[in-house]
Design a binder for this molecule. Structure first.
Ligand code: GDP
Ligand code: MG
Length: 685
């Protein structure tokens, strides 16, 4: 390998163009080889050089000049680099393509460009032009290295090189004229300066040559008036002979070195105006892009290159930021999907989002502003859409848990003795709404259009449904207990008043019924007030209560009028009249007693009672109870057949009346026979 023979004892050069020193650290990289291929290792190399994270805090310098004019030697002295220097014994060109080193102890990328001497060789001119384009697009300072005796040789190799540089510069930065953002410093280093011709003379000779070259350029119409100084600053310096004036050479090099290193030094060379403003983490990519354009002989449009670079890098930076963000967001996705309310989700989301943005901003903000902003809002959109899913999930979960809490609070509240339903309900609702709103506000990111109000509306509706259900349940329970109490209250009066059939027995029963019902109704109303029941609900409950009361009355009446009960009542009534006299003394029948007459009378009086029991019919018509029509509706009780109030007034059907009459007659007949027998036996005695 050509590199092998060039390697010094201290350095090994590998085939891929990376040179390593004994410590194994690569400190030299051939970024463009002799086949004009761009290296694949620059980004990695910059990492190893710790330059990738330096933002704009780095510099790039390149050197141009004829072969073997001591360029590499100069760079090594100025920047502490280790570019190959021609071996004196072999005298052959050492630098092929472009090499790069990191300045020792400084954030400087130093490029050593292949020297061009044999300008008659067409191929070299091609490389020279490409190298000039490449260097100008990235470097802040171009060192033009030349021997003192080359100064003034207008037709010499250097002048050809400079013409190329100027032309190339116009094509690169011509459009950019006016904005001083893209200036480059041309630093002429005159080597082997003997000293007989002062530097100032040499400088003015060079300067007038440069102006001549500039004027001779064929410039595009719009740039006819442009001046060399629109694009370049010129600086001249000289160095004594390295061998013949070694001490002076060393001290002059030191002085020059300080102008690269020390910001406060007089004539500091890396002025901010020369910086090409490519963020360090994009330099490798940028250079590669530039070289690709240059290689394919395409027009090199720097603004476009910078925009492309910005797009690429901003995407990369955004995707790194996004990956980290996604990792964080993922941690809460499962719990949310599982229905859990994540405590402090909003704070977390704010932190993740802020973190991602500041990670993005830190690196991407150095790139093309339009691209940076556009990609930032893209990034924000992606982030926010992920976050909004979490937000919506959280809302749903808060909603669910708040609703469950509402149910619990309602139940707990209703368990307290003497609770007021309306109070319990409104307290629970207030607390739960607040809990939801607090949760929703915590989770909503300030600068988003996310809404939670709809969800709150939904929650309110569902809480209302729950509250209504509770109220309905409570009302039902209350009605049931009032009904039970009513039954207990009505039981005795019915039994009492129906025990002896009297003409006004229904009046008494109905009065008792009305009184008990009134009490029940007012009990209901006083309790219903705390339930916040609507007028409609009250009406419905009351009519239900009335109907149940009526049915309770009816069933109590039915108990008192079953056939055996009724027959026994009739028998008692009959016996009282037939077997006892008007003083309540038991009769002892004698043969001439009018048994038949007494029997008929008692029997007929008793039979007259049966129709009294048959129908609920008070003597005083005003006492007649009329169950309201709407009372027929009671959803709590299944009804097999439609309820008919009027027919419920009938206790015994006509057939039943006849049936009971005939059974009673048979019973009565038995008493009659018994009475007859008792006289017969008394006669027999
Ligand atoms: P390059 O091809 O331009 O990079 O030149 P090199 O740095 O490889 O040096 C070429 C030869 O010039 C080497 O033999 C160096 O020792 C020698 N050299 C380096 N600096 C100077 C100098 O200032 N004056 C003279 N006369 N020779 C030098
Ligand atoms: Mg060299």
């Amino acid at each position: 390998s050509v590199f092998g023979s060039q390697s010094t004892g201290k350095t090994k050069v590998s085939l891929n163009g990376t040179a390593r020193n004994v410590s194994g650290r690569a400190d030299r990289l051939q970024i463009i080889d002799e086949e004009k291929n761009f290296t694949r290792d620059l980004a990695e190399q910059m990492d190893r050089w710790s330059l990738r994270e330096t933002g704009f805090d780095y510099n790039i310098v390149s050197v141009f000049g004829s072969q073997s004019t001591g360029k590499s030697t100069l760079l090594n002295r100025l920047f502490g680099t280790n570019f190959d220097v021609m071996d004196e014994t072999k005298r052959q060109q050492t630098t092929k393509g472009i090499w790069m080193c990191r300045g020792k102890g400084m954030n400087v990328m130093v490029m050593d460009v292949e020297g061009t001497d044999g300008r008659e060789r067409g191929e070299d001119q091609d490389f020279e032009r490409k190298a000039a384009l490449f260097s100008l697009a990235s470097s802040e300072v171009l060192i033009i290295n030349l021997w003192e005796h080359q100064v003034g040789l207008y037709q010499g190799a250097n002048m050809g090189l400079l013409k190329t540089v100027f032309e190339v510069n116009l094509s690169l930065f011509g459009k950019d004229k006016g904005s001083t953002s893209q200036r480059t410093l041309l630093l002429f280093v005159i080597r082997d300066h003997i000293g007989t011709t002062p530097l100032s003379n040499l400088a003015s000779t060079l300067e007038s040559d440069l102006l001549r070259i500039w004027d001779s350029l064929s410039k595009p119409i719009e740039l006819q008036e442009s001046k060399l100084s629109d694009y370049f600053d010129l600086s001249f310096t000289a160095l004594p002979h390295k061998v013949l004036a070694a001490d002076k050479f060393e001290s002059e090099v030191k002085t020059l070195r300080r102008r690269f290193v020390d910001k406060s030094a007089e004539g500091f060379l890396f002025k901010p105006a020369y910086h090409k403003r490519i963020p360090a983490d994009g330099v490798a990519l940028y250079m590669e892009g530039i070289w690709e354009q240059v290689q394919s002989n395409k027009d090199l449009d720097l603004p476009t290159q910078q925009e492309l670079l910005a797009q690429f890098r901003c995407d990369e930076i955004a995707s790194v930021a996004l990956a980290e963000f996604n990792e964080q967001a993922k941690s809460q996705r499962r719990p949310i999907e599982a229905g859990r309310v994540v405590e402090g989700l909003g704070a977390m989301m704010r932190r993740w989002r802020q973190g991602a943005l500041s990670r993005y901003d830190k690196n991407a903000s150095r790139y093309h502003q339009g691209v940076y902003q556009r990609k930032r809002s893209d990034l924000l959109n992606v982030i926010d859409s992920t976050l909004s899913t979490l937000f919506l999930g959280q809302l749903k979960n808060v909603h669910k848990s708040v609703l469950a809490a509402f149910k619990r609070e309602m139940q707990d509240g209703m368990r307290v003795e003497g609770y007021n339903f309306a109070d319990v309900c409104s307290r629970a609702r207030r607390r739960c709404e607040k809990r939801f709103i607090d949760g929703a506000k915590e989770a909503k990111l300030e600068d988003t259009d996310w809404v939670w109000e709809d969800e709150l509306e939904l929650l309110r509706e569902e809480m209302a449904v729950v509250a209504n259900q509770c109220r309905a349940d409570e009302t039902k329970k209350m009605l049931n207990s009032i009904e039970r109490y009513f039954k207990k209250q009505i039981s005795e009066p019915v039994e009492l008043h129906l025990s002896v059939a009297t003409a006004d027995m229904w009046d008494k029963v109905l009065i008792a019924f009305q009184e008990t019902l009134e009490k029940a109704e007012s009990t209901y109303l006083s309790k219903a007030r705390s339930f916040d029941c609507t007028e409609e609900e009250n009406t419905k409950s009351l009519s239900m209560l009335r109907k149940r009361a009526w049915l309770a009355l009816r069933s109590r009446i039915d108990e008192q009028t079953t056939e055996p009960v009724l027959l026994s009542k009739l028998r008692t009534y009959f016996e009282d009249r037939f077997r006892y006299d008007e003083h309540g003394v038991p009769r002892v029948w004698k043969p001439d007693d009018d048994i038949d007459g007494a029997f008929k009378k008692a029997r007929d009086q008793t039979i007259e009672l049966i129709p009294l029991y048959a129908k609920i019919k008070p003597q005083d018509p005003s006492l007649a109870y009329e169950l309201p029509d709407d009372a027929a509706e009671d959803d709590s009780q299944q009804q097999l057949e439609p309820f008919d109030f009027d027919s419920s007034l009938t206790i015994l059907s006509e057939t039943k009346v006849l049936d009971i009459s005939s059974r009673f007659r048979k019973d009565a007949d038995a008493y009659y026979v018994e009475a007859k027998r008792s006289t017969v036996s008394s006669i027999a005695q």
